[in-house]
Design a protein around this ligand. Structure first.
Ligand SMILES: CSCCC(=O)C(=O)O
Ligand SMILES: [Fe+2]
Length: 192
């Protein structure tokens, strides 16, 4: 099955709940691509010996790799980590995560600053572009095992919002606007 993503209902309910709108408003993969979010569906049982994963890592230069287990029993400073992950932030580099077990939600802002909730499950690999506002939470199953990838020496530093002057933010916003202009331009040409 393809990835599931939807516009969030923002209310004070538990962050681990789905937060669907009423009626539900799903978001397509191509809409996520417009925001610069990349997605692959891989075989999580075979990550040690997966040609597809090897190809992605080689073509995108993801030479660094480690694992992150998140659950109340196993994770040190669990509550604090989860609180930080759910604080809206950007990074200077891509955030690359491959879900090997369990599940969770990545929330990203769309071009109009609305939250899109992306449900990551076993086999889902996602890349968030540098400079996109995002956050992460476990869902009500309270467990995820993620592979983290990076180009070179990893830097996990979050820059909490607002970050409009951060170079990564500026270039992200610029790219996004260029993409939107191109899209409108080609729609206008087609209409002629
Ligand atoms: C648990 S991985 C995702 C959380 C996050 O946004 C981060 O690590 O920067
Ligand atoms: Fe992040």
């Amino acid at each position: 099955m393809a990835i599931e993503a939807w516009y969030m209902e923002e209310n004070s309910e538990d962050q681990r709940l789905p937060h669907h709108r009423n009626p539900q408003e799903f978001v397509s993969l191509s809409k996520l691509e417009e925001l610069g979010v990349l997605y692959w569906r891989l075989n999580p049982k075979n990550y040690d010996n997966d040609e597809e994963l090897r190809n992605i890592r080689e073509s995108r230069g993801y030479n660094y790799m480690d694992f992150l287990d998140l659950c109340p029993e196993k994770t040190e400073n669990y509550e604090e980590k989860l609180k930080n992950f759910y604080t809206e932030h950007i990074h200077a580099n891509e955030e690359i995560r491959y879900c090997l077990e369990g599940s969770g939600y990545f929330d990203v802002r769309d071009k109009d600053d609305r939250w899109i909730r992306i449900w990551i499950k076993e086999g889902d690999m996602i890349v968030l572009p540098a400079g996109i506002y995002h956050r992460f939470t476990l869902d009500t199953d309270n467990y995820v095992k993620l592979m983290r990838l990076f180009v070179g020496e990893p830097v996990w530093t979050p820059f909490n919002r607002p970050q409009e002057e951060h170079p990564a933010r500026k270039s992200y916003v610029m790219n996004l606007m260029e993409n939107l202009m191109e899209e409108r331009f080609s729609v206008a040409l087609e209409a002629h």
